[in-house]
Ligand binder design. Structure first.
Ligand code: ADP
Length: 386
């Protein structure tokens, strides 16, 4: 696109000393401090746009972009989208269909709290992502076990570093049954443009919520898709988000689309590779174009069906091998396969883990063919974990 990019990260990049104008190290523990670091950098290297890549940097980008008078979301909105408790409070106050909830304080006795809880319910940390620490409980014993497990995750040093850890409450929500979808969208001056609706054909009923297959276009009826778009738009409005990408998770339940989550960022992992726009633009190009003031309104997804499988982590241990990759790639419709976990390193399943083993991508004439290709490719993989 002819854009000079500066990559900011919380780890110093190897070539920073040689290319001080191309990389920037940020202290992401404090969004305010990270934003000040960007402002200092911008004094010598003027910036035309700041594009965040995840929930935390969405808040950093909003703060810095406001000071630099670049297009941005209100920082409070980015913060609300990042904090699951603030999100629920905001959505319920605005009448957007979203689960009823309460907060379990860090010192609360789980046995006592379990007694006056309706079941099934979902317990989760307020500030983590990728379904980390999200656990369904069906009764009081399950509730108490989930609380213990989430508190242990909150006490991990690497989690403490990101969120305030052990002083954080646990969010307890009613479990919303029903088919789940993801909506990928772009906000332009407060208007939500839908870029894609992904169906998730594998049921997500817990106790843990591991993402697997995403397929677009959606096979749900038009009215359901309209409800999905309407709820996502109402949620973005209630939160106050106005510019840039959004990624929302919703459930179809009782004739309505219920909002489970809306983040001020694009889809995670390598999943965006499943999307192409116009004559082959990537999602990242659409986002950059919009951030730089271009007209992204014409970005229309290509017409073929497409999908991705986030390869599930079958068990914890040391990842030794992922065999059968050639056989998996040979499945008609499969266009790419990427193993993102590192051989020889530990891999951790949900609810403690937070990453995927890898991704399989497929394209075909229909969503059903895409789904079948992804399942067949996955069946051919031989994952060896010690
Ligand atoms: P994260 O941001 O870590 O992905 P979410 O709050 O989106 O956390 O929860 C992850 C997944 O857990 C959701 O996509 C959904 O499948 C399931 N889930 C979370 N909360 C609920 C709920 N209240 N009812 C039903 N399913 C839920």
């Amino acid at each position: 696109m002819g854009v000079d990019a500066v990559v900011a990260s919380d780890r110093r990049q190897a070539l920073e000393g040689l290319q001080p104008e191309r990389t920037l190290t940020l202290d992401l523990v404090s969004p305010e401090r990270a934003a000040r670091q960007i402002l200092r950098f911008a004094l010598d290297h003027p910036l035309a746009a700041i594009v965040p890549s995840d929930d935390l940097t969405a808040e950093v980008a909003a703060i810095a972009a406001r000071r630099l008078r670049l297009p941005h979301n209100p920082p409070e909105a980015a913060r609300t989208a990042r904090r699951k408790d603030l999100l629920r409070r905001t959505l319920r106050a605005a009448g957007v269909p979203t689960p009823r909830y309460r907060l379990l304080p860090p010192a609360a006795d789980p046995q006592a709290a379990a007694q006056d809880q309706a079941y099934p319910c979902v317990l989760k940390p307020t500030f983590l992502a990728a379904s980390r620490g999200v656990i369904r409980a069906d009764d009081a014993a399950g509730f108490a076990a989930a609380v213990r497990r989430i508190r242990a995750i909150l006490a991990l040093p690497e989690v403490m570093e990101r969120g305030g850890g052990a002083e954080e409450p646990i969010l307890v929500e009613e479990f919303i049954p029903g088919a789940e979808v993801a909506l990928e969208g772009l906000l332009r001056e407060g208007r939500l443009q839908t870029l894609a609706i992904f169906d998730k054909p594998d049921p997500l009923d817990g106790p843990f919520f591991e993402e697997t297959i995403y397929v677009t276009p959606s096979r749900h009826p038009v009215e359901a898709q309209q409800a999905i778009e309407a709820t996502a738009a109402a949620a973005a409005r209630a939160i106050g988000l106005t510019e840039g990408p959004v990624h929302a998770e919703l459930r179809l339940h009782a004739g309505e689309a219920w909002l489970i989550e809306l983040a001020a960022r694009s889809i995670g992992g390598l999943c965006s590779r499943a999307l192409r726009f116009g004559t082959g633009m990537t999602l990242e190009e659409v986002i950059l174009m919009h951030a730089l003031g271009g007209d992204a309104g014409a970005a229309v997804r290509t017409r073929d069906a497409s999908g991705v499988m986030m390869i599930p982590i079958p068990s914890g241990g040391i990842l030794r091998a992922v065999g059968g990759q050639q056989e998996a790639r040979a499945v008609p419709g499969v266009v790419d396969l990427a193993v993102s976990a590192t051989l020889g390193r530990p891999i951790v399943p949900l609810p403690e883990g937070s990453s995927y083993l890898g991704f399989i991508f497929a394209r075909a004439g229909s969503p059903a063919e895409v789904e079948a290709a992804l399942r067949e490719a996955h069946r051919r993989l031989r994952i060896v974990i010690d």
